[in-house]
Ligand binder design. Structure first.
Ligand code: GLC
Ligand code: CA
Length: 551
């Protein structure tokens, strides 16, 4: 196992996110799988990460890339078998890598046994009470029960037709219609998920990432939100929201924490939770998930949302460290994931446009790559843990021009083709330059890879000291050897020029990031441990970062 103590490994951990469909394809059908992951465990161990988080691999019709789960205790045949999953968990552990799975408690697939049973049952039946079924409004119930919107576009309600094609009740889905929302006020739902946690903990996994952790509790009366279109864009930011970040979610996580802690005596130790919770910005709402008897960590989306701007980063870092610190919880830093525009692309866009949809605004990848290199050094030097999304370490940009026939994200259809959705950050990884599908696998990848990606492949970057991959390798290796990195605190150097972030960790480590428009001198009494761009005459370039050992 890893070198950190079993109870606190997650306070400093660097966790690598595997989007399984796009990581490595072991059987040549064009879709990533467990065999593919197993074959690349040595790569991940050598990269220097502490853990992997695997996006849902359960049986699923893949209406939302696996976030529509039909059976939480079985592996999708596209991805492998339960026996292979168990073997992968064991092999990862042998490589010193912890394993985190993704649990999706807010909804099931419409192909889940429970939902099928609900459809076959009468309105008002116990089978329907596991979800949110309601009669519609207006004459003939032709209007949805309330005004809630699906995150993917359109109403959050779909109306059922009975066997004769006569319309009957509506059901709630905050995401795609293939993802009906579960009713967490139902004790059966709670019991089922506690059993699922144990099912996987018993198979040796080290923790769970909780999908849509802020969505489980709904206002029992399902009231209208009552916002106009403009306001709806900022919807999660309204206080006392009827379905986001309600106080009731915390009871659920207190129960889950007791289960995770009950594994303290096992070889893997107590298990970990990380929350995917999108909560109101500039509040302490995120910290509430990390109270001592709740979850351990949460993704820091506030940091991910920052533009390339020193003040924004500084505000976000201070806010996180302060609010989470009040609960004695470590921060975790994240730049990209399978839901957002890749940060190489974001940082190559004009201020304010970073998060616009793929293909909708101009991007210049030259500053994008430069800044992404610096951002990696910033993130990995900050106190706490960090997440790397597969391909971050290769500097992959968002693929903004996927052919529309290839798009699979439900957002594309649900938005009436207004938004291309998230496929551009989910393109299969390039492993080598000359093999079919750039080494991803022998079949045609489920999303086409840009041909230019052969220069970004693992093979092409390995040994090239100026490559993104070697920068990550070196940074991750230093992170393990330099005292003071990982968990702990930082001290800002407030004597640094405007637009420059500089902070100290431990006794003699300093990180300097130049977000200004001028070259800045590094302190004279310091050795450069690592820099994102060459340091000439002691000067740090615009858009560059350096790790220093102070003499
Ligand atoms: C989370 C996942 C996202 C998914 C959604 C619905 O936000 O990260 O990919 O579409 O939940 O499950
Ligand atoms: Ca495959």
């Amino acid at each position: 196992m890893t070198s950190t103590t079993p109870t606190d490994w997650w306070r400093s951990a660097v966790i690598y996110q595997i989007y399984i469909r796009s990581f490595a394809d072991g059987n040549g059908d064009g879709v990533g799988d467990i065999t593919g992951i197993r074959s690349r465990l040595p790569y991940l161990a050598a990269l220097g990460v502490d853990a992997i988080w695997i996006t849902p691999w359960y049986t699923s019709p893949l209406a939302d890339g696996g976030y529509d789960v039909a059976d939480f205790r079985a592996i999708a045949p596209e991805f492998g078998t339960l026996a292979e999953a168990e073997q992968m968990i064991a092999e990862a552990h042998e490589h010193g890598l912890r394993v985190i799975l993704d649990i999706v408690p807010n909804h099931t697939s419409d192909q889940h046994e429970w939902f099928k049973e609900a459809l076959a049952s009468e309105p008002g039946s116990p089978a329907r009470a596991r979800y949110w079924f309601r009669p519609g409004h207006g004459p003939d119930g032709a209007f949805p029960p309330n005004d809630w919107r699906s995150v993917f576009g359109g109403p959050a309600w779909t109306r059922l037709l009975d066997d004769e094609g006569v319309p009957e009740e509506w059901y709630l889905h905050l995401f795609a219609p293939e993802q009906p929302d579960l009713n967490w006020s139902n004790p059966e739902v709670r019991q089922e998920f506690e059993d699922i946690l144990r099912f996987w903990f018993d198979r040796g996994i080290d923790g769970f990432r909780i999908d849509v952790a802020h969505g489980l509790d709904k206002h029992a009366a399902l009231p209208d939100i009552g916002l106009d279109e403009e306001e709806l864009l900022a919807e999660p930011d309204i206080p006392d929201h009827p379905h986001w970040d309600r106080d009731g979610v915390h009871d659920i996580y207190r129960d889950w924490r007791r289960i995770a802690d009950s594994y303290a005596g096992t070889p893997e130790g107590a298990r970990l939770f990380v929350a995917e919770a999108w909560v109101r910005t500039e509040t302490n709402r995120l910290a509430r998930y990390l109270r001592p008897d709740e979850l351990h960590t949460a993704f820091n989306f506030d940091f991910l949302k920052c533009g390339w701007n020193a003040e924004e980063f500084r505000r976000s870092i201070d806010h996180s460290l302060q609010t989470l610190g009040e609960e004695n919880a470590p921060a975790t830093w994240v730049l990209s994931n399978h839901d957002v525009i890749r940060h190489v692309t974001r940082y190559g866009r004009a201020a304010g446009q970073e998060h616009k949809g793929a293909g909708s605004v101009p991007t210049d990848l030259v500053p994008g790559v430069l800044r992404a290199r610096a951002a990696a050094l910033l993130m990995l030097a900050l106190p706490g843990g960090a997440y790397i999304y597969q391909g971050d370490e290769l500097g992959l940009p968002e693929v903004e021009n996927l052919p529309v026939e290839a798009l699979q994200d439900p957002i594309w259809e649900r938005s009436g083709h207004q938004s291309r959705g998230r496929d551009g950050c989910r393109v299969p990884l390039p492993w080598s330059a000359d093999e079919p599908a750039l080494g991803f696998g022998t079949g045609t990848p489920w999303l086409p890879q840009p041909s230019g990606w052969k220069d970004l492949s693992v093979e092409a970057q390995t040994g090239d000291q100026f490559s993104m991959l070697e920068l990550y390798r070196e940074a991750l290796s230093l992170r393990r050897s330099v005292p003071g990195l990982g968990d702990g605190s930082l001290t800002w150097r407030d004597d640094s020029p405007e637009g420059v972030l500089a902070f100290d960790r431990g006794t003699n480590f300093r990180c300097v990031v130049n977000l200004s428009r001028r070259v800045v001198p590094l302190p004279a009494k310091a050795d450069v441990l690592l820099a994102s761009a060459p340091v000439l005459d002691g000067q740090l370039f615009v858009g560059a970062a350096a790790w220093l050992r102070l003499r």
